[in-house]
Design a protein around this ligand. Structure first.
Ligand code: AMP
Length: 327
């Protein structure tokens, strides 16, 4: 089936169901939140007689400005609902334990596929944000679908965050064409970017600490392990600490940068990023996955941190030996 046919099949499923629950991945980011809330508001505006919910069990403090989701919901509601999971490549990362109770599940995603858990699995890894799939569906079926202003705002937030403000791989003509559709409304960019960029002073102090303490492997992998003690010392949450990954994104010759963040006593979250060279295989080797140049993984001790850095260093060495023009 081509894209239009799959989108048509998804719309048919939506029409067949009176109750729809949209779920997204754990540790929500701007894309999964914006896509879920944006799709919810399009469906609510288009099908006022249906019950449409957007749910997730966890929150991200920095996205509070997007407003609340709709859960928790009664189990009985799941049993009569179509579930649409957005922006989630693997089934164990769906932030909702009850989604399995649903009548049927549809996957709409843009990650490299890990689990094809839906009755329809619509994966567009050519799109740098899952929200673009929703905008394209709206555009293809605009005779039947309504895009309210709230949805335009949610979807725009999703696109700007997941494309790194239109900087990442995959941004091109189609992305701008689709994004421009959202500008049928006056999106308040000043307010949105204030919400996205402003930091508290504690975060800036930790950033300054990272700048003076990050390590660089032999061939240029920049990395830092943020321990529980550091979070305590700077008065920052795990989430604030995790957000520091972009602090290491602009070091010449460090085409890969990795942040290790103590999650609980046993678990260390790994956030891997890169330019030019692909990093996802390294994430996959350590219980993770994601996109070619933005991935996540999990390690359990310092030995594994060392192993992961070593693997990244070897990959970067090989890349530098075989490629020109990188920065
Ligand atoms: P993060 O650094 O957690 O923002 O992750 C970067 C990207 O990789 C996001 O698109 C995540 O959805 C994805 N990702 C993170 N952790 C995993 C994992 N364990 N398995 C699959 N994908 C992941």
């Amino acid at each position: 089936m081509d894209n239009l046919e799959i989108q048509k099949a998804i719309l048919e499923k939506i029409k067949e169901n009176d109750s729809i629950i949209i779920v997204r991945h754990i540790r929500p980011d701007g894309d999964c939140m914006g896509t879920s809330l944006g799709l919810r508001d399009i469906l609510r505006a288009s099908f006022p007689n249906k019950k449409i919910y957007s749910v997730g069990n966890d929150k991200s403090e920095y996205l509070r400005f997007l407003g609340e989701e709709d859960g928790p919901l009664d189990e009985e509601i799941y049993k009569k609902s179509l579930i649409i999971a957005v922006d989630t490549g693997s089934i164990d990362r769906i932030s909702d334990d009850n989604f399995k109770l649903g009548k049927e599940i549809i996957k709409i995603d843009h990650h490299l596929p890990v689990d094809q858990y839906g009755s329809i699995n619509y994966v567009r890894d050519d799109f740098p944000a899952a929200a673009l799939i929703i905008v394209e569906m709206y555009d293809n079926f605009k005779d039947e679908l309504v895009l309210p202003e709230s949805a335009a705002n949610f979807l725009y937030t999703a696109i700007v965050t997941d494309t790194g403000r239109f900087r990442f791989r995959g941004v091109g003509q189609r992305v701008f064409e689709l994004t421009s559709i959202l500008f049928k409304y006056d999106i308040d960019l000043e307010k949105l970017y204030a919400n996205l960029y402003l930091k508290n002073k504690e975060s800036l102090r930790l950033q300054s600490y990272i700048f003076s303490h990050f390590k660089v492997s032999e061939h240029g992998v920049a990395y830092m392990h943020i321990t529980k003690n550091m979070m305590k010392r700077f008065g920052l949450s795990y989430e604030d600490a995790s957000a520091m990954v972009s602090s290491l994104d602009s070091i010449k010759g460090s085409l890969m940068w990795i942040l290790f963040i103590d999650q609980d006593k046993k678990t260390i979250r790994v956030r891997l990023r890169s330019r030019f060279v692909e990093i996802v295989e390294i994430a996959q080797a350590f219980r993770g996955g994601g996109h070619p140049t933005a991935s996540g993984a999990t390690v359990y001790n310092k030995k594994e941190i060392k192993e992961l850095v070593k693997m990244a260093d070897e990959k970067l060495k090989e890349y530098k030996e075989n490629n020109e023009g990188w920065l």
